[in-house]
Structure formats: C-alpha cells, structure tokens
Write a protein that binds this ligand. Structure first.
Ligand code: ADP
Ligand code: GN1
Ligand code: MG
Length: 364
C-alpha cells in the first residue's frame, strides 16, 4: 500500500503546508519522496523511508548523520556568503524529538530540507562537471577531517572490504540459492582472475601505509549535487560516512563520473571510461586534497577506480546470484546487466591504466 505521505509529514516539525508528495530520484537503497509545500516561500522536503534490511541499526545510522550534518552546518555558518540550506543536508526533527520516526508498520522515516535548484547527473557529459564533482568530494573530506568525538559507527560493517566481499561471493556461488550461477560463468571467471590484485589497498592499510580517514563511501555522481550553474553544491547520501580509505571515494566517483554510459548499460560496446573526464575529476579532487594526502595514498589513486568498479560489479553479481535481495531492480536480470556493464568498465580502465597513472603523477 502506498504510504500516507501527508500523515508522515505531519509527524515532523517542518515549516509549510503539505501540498503533494511523489517518488523522487534514482537511488538503489531507500524509498525517497519529494514533498512540495503549498507556500512558495517555504522549503520543500525530502522524505525517506529507510531501508532497515540494509541498515540494521537506524538509531546509530541517524546518530552519524546528525553528527556529520551538524558539523558541516556549523562550519558553513562561519563562512561568509555560504548558502547553508543548500550546501549541506539539514535534518528536520520529528515532533517527538528524534531525527526519525517509526510508522505503524514498523517503517523508519526521516526528513531533510529539499536542496532547491540543484542539478543531479547519472552520466557526466563534460569535464567541467567532473571537475566540480572532484572539488565537492575533496572539500567534503577536508571539512570532516576534524569531526570531534568518537569514531563514527560502522553503519554497514566491512562495506568496501574486498576480501569479505569475495568470501561472500564464493559462498553464494557454492550455495547457488536461485540457480543462476550457470548464467554468469564468464563474469564469475573474470572476477576470480583479478581477485588477488584487488587486495592491495587493504594490505597497505594493514601495513600502516595509508590511514583510515572519514570518508563518504558512496560517491556515485548522483550523490553529488551541482548548482544551477553546474558548480559544486552539496554532497548527499550520508548513510555510509564512516572510517575508510580515500581510494574508496575517489574510485567510486570515477566509476560514475568518467563512464560515458549508464551504470547498467545493456549495449556493452558503449561502456568506456573517458580519460578526459578522469583527468578533470582528478584535478578538482586534488585541488582540495593535494596537501593532506600522503605519498602512498597518491601513488594508489590511479588504481582506485579499478578496485571500486570491480567491487560494485562483484556486489551486483552477488546480489544477482542471491536472488536480488539488496539492490532495487527494475527487471528480472537487472543485476546481471549492471554487473556486466561494470566489468566492461573495469576492462576499459585496465586498458587506460598507464595514462591514468601519468595523469595522477602530473597532478600531484
Ligand atoms: P539512496 O541511498 O537510495 O541513493 P539518497 O539519499 O541518495 O538515497 O536519495 C536518493 C535521491 O534523492 C538522490 O540521488 C537525490 O536525487 C535525491 N535527494 C536526496 N536528498 C535530497 C535533498 N536533500 N535535496 C534534494 N534531493 C535529494
Ligand atoms: C547504492 O544508495 P545509492 O543508490 O546511492 C549503494 C552503493 C553502490 C551503488 C551502486 C548503501 O548507492 O554502495 O555503489 O548503489 N549503497 C549502499 O549504484 O549499498
Ligand atoms: Mg544515493
């Protein structure tokens, strides 16, 4: 049954009269709705029914989001000319006092101010936009570097841990719960052939050569909003902000910013990494982070897009073999199609790896 958005809206202390609510955006995890208010001078809002199968401890998740948005908000307020309501997410508290509510059916909901006049891209069509995306993520990491207090909760444990992801993948193939393994022979082989190479970032972490920092961990380009002039505006989707390696954010952003095709492109010949988009994103990112990254972090930036594209492909493929329990899908073999497109993108990155390294060496 469709949720009664007006009723849910009424449980939050928002300013404005509910006019209408409708599905919004193309995220794969939560159910997201835009609520328009009747008054033209009042904010619109985003209502999200949170996926509590994936995020098992919503109070901890929300505590992270409260701390991160609070910190960004305070910093922006101190900056002359900052447009605080558009440059960071603002949670709207529920009337009961928490930053979320639980409805009659046990669903968790939260609400944000809708960031007005933003531009959002699933595919990036110009180096300028890629550059701005890089700046947004670089700035985001810099602003959170001094977040006070305890480490953030790990909202999804081992989220980018490729060793754990590979173990789950092997178990799923072995159990083959929905008898789909036969349909993905080629892709499974492709994954196993590269498994050892992909463990390098975890190894560097264990050796103490790269530090854990506060990272976003889900920097796909549609989680970076640009403004009406296509300038960096706001980084959204903060559910996985937690300790991580910078390579995760750099890699995931390139996976989406530099792919000239859709994440789930069916026609694999269209999937390709555009080196100009890679270069522009890197330039924007390094303009904000050049002075803070250590030399090993910089040395492995060029490798990061291969790792994360591989990791996401592996996750799509695992979900396919497991019967589509994680990502929202829009047709029967959607997760396989996504995995194929992402593996094609891995190949394209492998072909251009030499150039990627040269670009990073020049920019750092
Ligand atoms: P998911 O984890 O499902 O991707 P997101 O938090 O990324 O959920 O939200 C889904 C989409 O909703 C985003 O990609 C974006 O288009 C839109 N969105 C989310 N929050 C806001 C906001 N505060 N203002 C405007 N758009 C938003
Ligand atoms: C999910 O939430 P969304 O749609 O921005 C996923 C990411 C994947 C991405 C692939 C919490 O991102 O890890 O990279 O899909 N988020 C979660 O498109 O699993
Ligand atoms: Mg998202």
């Amino acid at each position: 049954m469709a949720p009664d958005l007006k009723e849910i809206y009424g449980l939050f202390s928002a300013d404005g009269t509910f006019l209408n609510g409708a599905h919004y955006g193309s995220g794969h995890i939560h159910d997201t709705f835009r609520v328009e208010t009747a008054e033209t001078d009042k904010d619109d809002y985003i209502l999200q029914r949170l996926n509590n199968k994936i995020f098992k401890k919503i109070p901890e998740l929300q505590e992270n989001v409260e701390r991160v948005t609070g910190h960004l908000n305070r910093k922006l307020r101190a900056m002359p000319g900052a447009d605080v309501k558009r440059e960071c997410l603002t949670l709207i508290p529920a009337r009961e006092g928490k930053s979320w509510i639980v409805d009659r059916d046990g669903n968790y909901w939260r609400m944000y101010i809708f960031i007005s006049n933003h531009r959002s891209y699933n595919i990036v069509d110009s180096p300028d936009k890629a550059y701005e995306g890089g700046k947004a993520i670089g700035r985001f990491q810099a602003m959170l570097a001094d977040l006070p207090g305890n480490p953030l909760h790990e909202t999804i444990p081992f989220f980018h841990d490729i060793e754990k992801r590979l173990e789950t993948f092997s178990t799923t193939i072995k159990n083959n719960p929905v008898k789909r393994a036969e349909k993905a022979d080629e892709e499974i082989n492709f994954v196993f052939q590269r498994a050892e190479d992909m463990k390098v970032i975890l190894r560097l972490g264990r050796e103490g050569k790269i530090p854990l920092r506060i990272t976003h961990n889900d920097t796909k380009f549609n989680n970076i909003l640009l403004d009406e002039n296509n300038k960096a505006l706001c980084v959204i989707d903060l559910d996985t902000v937690m300790p991580g390696y910078v390579h995760y954010d750099f890699g995931d952003a390139i996976r989406t910013a530099a792919n000239i095709a859709a994440e789930d492109e069916k026609e694999l010949s269209k999937v390709k990494m555009d080196i100009k988009l890679f270069e522009a994103y890197s330039e924007g990112y390094l303009s904000e982070t050049r002075d803070t990254l250590n030399s090993t972090e910089k040395d492995y930036l060029a490798f990061a897009p291969r790792l994360i594209t591989y990791t996401i492909a592996l996750r799509f493929l695992t979900d396919y073999l497991d019967g589509d329990s994680y990502f929202k899908i829009h047709h029967e073999h959607h997760n396989l199609q996504r995995a194929k497109a992402q593996l094609k993108l891995v190949e394209s990155m492998e072909e251009q790896y030499g150039e990627m390294k040269e670009i990073i060496n020049r920019l750092v």
